[in-house]
Design a protein around this ligand. Structure first.
Ligand code: GLN
Length: 560
C-alpha cells in the first residue's frame, strides 16, 4: 500500500470516467445485483469500457467462510477471491473477468486502514472512521477503474438504505459526488408492494426510502421501481412528485421470466440514453454487435420448448426452495446457457441425497431424468446417498456431470464398486478408512491443523493439460485449459494407476502431472460420465456457454 493512496481523492481521475452507484430501498433481494449488471451491460453495448464493483457491508473479509444457505453461493474469481454471487452476475452480463479489487467488504476496508495505521502510513495523524474509511473505499473504486482504464464503474452498495451497516459506503459515494458532480450518478432500486387485501401498488415505502437516502446527502437520479407488474402513470407521477425525480426517470421494472431480458427492458424504458445524457457521456446508440448477440440469446431462451429433465443432487437444502437457487446459482446459469444454446429448455429437479440414504431403492427415480449433476460441497452429510446415486447412473448409463465434490465422489464410487475397495472414502468424511482415495492436499495440512481456514483453500485459476482423444479434449477443442478451483482435497495418486487400469481416465491433469483435474469414462463405456476437480460453472457465460456443460447437455439430449 503506497502512502500516496491516502491522498487519492485529490488524485486526478481518468478524465471521463463515470461512476454509477446502485443502492437499494425498502427490501433486499429485489434484484439490485441484476439491475446493476444490466446497467453495466447496456453501457457496454453503447461502446463504453465498463467495470463493476460489489460492496458487501459485512465484516467478513470474503464470502468464503459463510455457509451458502447463509449468503448464497460463494463465487470464485480467477485470482482466487471468494466473493458474493453478484460478482458472477457482473462477469456473466459483461463477459469479463474481474479481480479482488472489484469486491469490497467492511472487513477489507477496515483491515487495510488498520494495517496502514500500524505501518505509520498516516504520518502521525489521528485515524478516524470519517474520512479515512470512505477515503479507502474511494481508493479501491479508483484502483478498479485504473486496472482496466474504465469509462464507467458501476458500484453496487449492498443492503438497503437506512441500515447502519452501509452508511460509510454511502458517505464515500456522497464524497465522490461532491468532488465530481457531473460524473457520479445514483440509481435507487426500490420495491413497490401490492398488498393482497388492498390490491393496489403502493409507493409510500419507496418515498420513505428516498427520504432516508436524502438523509445521507444523496439524491437518486433514477428510481428503478421493482414490482410484480409494470408501473402505471399514476404511480410514476406520485414517485416523481414525492421523490424529486422527474417522471421519465422512474424506470418500471416488473418481474420477468428471464433476467437476461432486463437490459433490453431498461433500454426500452430509455435508461441507456438517460444515463449517457445526465453524465454527459458520448455513447453509441446501443445496437452494436454485442447488443445483437444478447438479443439473439434471449430469443433462444424464449423459443426453447423441448424440455430436458435434469436432476441436481446436493445438500444445501435446509432452508427451502428459495435458498436452493442461490446456493447453486452459477451451476443453474451454466446449465441454462448450454441448454438454451442447444435449443432445449432445462427443467431442474432438486434432490436431497439424504433421501437415498433412508431408502436405497429410491434411487430408481433417477431413471426418469435425462441427466444428473452433483455440484460442489463440503462435509459428510448426504455423501453416502450421493455415492448410491452415482453408482446407479454409472450402471444405467445416465449422463453424469460431477463438479468438484461431484468429481471426488465419482472417483470414490469407482474405487468402491469397480476396484472393490469397499471402504474407499475421502479423508474429509472418514479419516480412518484404509482406502483414502481422496486425500487432503499437502499444502492444506498445516492450514487445517492450525485453523487457518479463511481464504486458504486451493483457490482460483490453474491450468490443466488434457488427454488426447478424451471426452474433455473434444469438448474444449484445445489441449490446455484454465479453470477456477475451490478445494482442500484431491485424488490420492497412490490409487491413480489402479483406477486407470480399471478403465477410469484422468483426462485433465495439472502441468506437473500430480493433480488429477478431470476424471471420465470413455464414450464406448458410458454416454457421459465426467467429473472436474475445478468449478467450470464459474466461467460459463450466456454468450459463451461452457464447453463441458454443453457436452453434458448434448449427451442428455441424445439420452432422451
Ligand atoms: N470438500 C471438497 C474439498 O474441499 C470439495 C470442495 C468443493 O466441492 N468445492 O476438496
Amino acid at each position: 500500500m503506497k502512502s500516496s493512496n491516502l491522498k487519492n481523492i485529490k488524485k486526478e481521475k481518468k478524465s471521463n470516467c463515470k461512476y454509477i452507484f446502485v443502492v437499494g430501498g425498502v427490501i433486499s433481494g429485489v434484484g439490485k445485483g441484476v439491475a446493476a449488471s444490466s446497467i453495466a451491460r447496456i453501457l457496454q453495448d453503447r461502446g463504453q469500457t465498463v467495470t463493476a464493483i460489489k460492496i458487501d457491508p459485512y465484516i467478513n473479509i470474503d464470502a468464503g467462510t459463510m455457509n451458502p444457505t447463509e449468503h448464497g453461493e460463494v463465487f470464485v474469481l480467477d485470482d482466487g477471491d471468494e466473493c458474493d454471487q453478484d460478482m458472477g452476475n457482473y462477469e456473466r452480463f459483461l463477459g469479463i473477468n474481474l479481480t479482488r479489487i472489484n469486491y469490497m467488504t467492511t472487513g477489507r476496508v477496515y483491515q487495510t486502514v488498520i494495517e496502514q495505521e500500524r505501518n505509520m502510513k498516516y504520518g502521525g495523524k489521528c485515524v478516524e472512521v470519517v474520512p479515512h474509511i470512505p477515503l479507502e473505499v474511494i481508493r479501491r473504486i479508483e484502483e478498479a477503474r485504473d486496472r482496466i482504464k474504465a469509462d464507467v464503474v458501476v458500484i453496487e452498495i449492498g443492503g438497503t438504505v437506512g441500515e447502519y451497516q452501509n452508511m460509510l459506503f454511502l458517505e464515500a459515494a456522497r464524497m465522490m459526488k461532491i468532488k465530481n458532480p457531473k460524473d457520479v450518478f445514483f440509481v435507487m432500486v426500490s420495491y413497490l408492494p401490492i398488498p393482497s387485501k388492498i390490491g393496489e401498488m403502493k409507493t409510500k415505502p419507496t418515498q420513505y426510502a428516498v427520504r432516508t437516502l436524502n438523509g445521507s446527502g444523496i439524491q437518486p437520479d433514477v428510481i428503478v421501481a421493482r414490482s410484480v407488474v409494470a408501473l402505471d402513470d399514476k404511480r410514476k407521477e406520485k414517485l416523481a412528485m414525492f421523490c424529486n425525480v422527474p417522471m421519465d426517470r422512474i424506470i418500471s421494472a416488473p418481474d420477468v421470466d428471464s433476467i437476461y431480458d432486463i437490459p433490453i427492458n431498461f433500454e426500452k424504458e430509455g435508461l441507456g440514453t438517460m444515463i449517457c445524457d445526465v453524465v454527459d457521456m458520448k455513447c453509441d446508440s446501443g445496437d452494436n454487435l454485442g447488443a445483437k448477440k444478447w438479443k439473439a440469446y434471449t430469443n433462444k431462451v424464449h423459443n426453447a420448448k423441448k424440455e430436458l429433465q435434469i436432476a441436481v443432487i446436493g445438500k444445501y437444502f435446509d432452508t427451502g426452495d428459495f435458498v436452493l437457487a442461490d446456493s447453486y446459482l452459477s451451476v443453474i446459469e451454466a446449465i441454462k446457457y448450454s441448454a438454451y444454446t442447444s435449443g432445449v429448455k432445462p427443467v431442474l429437479t432438486w434432490i436431497n441425497s439424504v433421501e437415498f440414504e433412508k431408502d436405497k431403492s429410491a434411487v430408481k427415480r433417477l431413471s426418469k431424468f435425462d441427466g444428473v449433476i452433483v455440484p460442489g460441497g463440503f462435509g459428510s452429510r448426504g455423501v453416502e446417498g450421493i455415492l448410491t446415486a452415482i453408482e446407479y447412473v454409472r450402471k444405467n448409463k445416465i449422463p453424469y456431470f460431477g463438479l468438484c465434490y461431484g468429481m471426488q465422489l465419482l472417483v470414490i464410487e469407482y474405487a468402491r464398486n469397480v476396484l472393490g475397495l469397499k471402504d474407499a472414502n475421502t479423508r474429509e468424511v472418514n479419516p480412518k478408512s484404509s482406502n483414502i482415495i481422496i486425500d487432503i492436499m499437502e499444502s492444506q495440512k498445516e492450514l487445517v491443523a492450525t485453523n487457518k481456514l479463511g481464504g486458504s483453500m486451493r483457490l482460483g485459476a490453474y491450468p490443466a493439460k488434457l488427454t488426447k482423444g478424451s471426452v474433455a479434449v473434444k469438448a474444449y477443442g484445445k489441449d490446455v485449459i484454465s479453470e477456477r478451483h475451490r478445494h482442500r482435497y484431491e485424488v490420492n495418486n497412490a490409487y491413480v494407476e489402479r483406477l486407470t487400469d480399471k478403465g477410469l481416465v484422468f483426462s485433465g491433469v495439472s502441468p506437473s502431472g500430480t493433480l488429477m483435474e478431470i476424471a471420465e469414462l470413455p464414450t464406448k463405456d458410458h454416454p457421459f460420465f465426467l467429473g472436474t476437480q475445478f468449478h467450470p460453472e464459474f466461467l460459463a457465460r450466456p454468450l459463451d456457454p461452457h464447453p463441458l456443460f454443453t457436452a453434458f447437455i448434448k449427451a442428455c439430449i441424445k439420452n432422451k
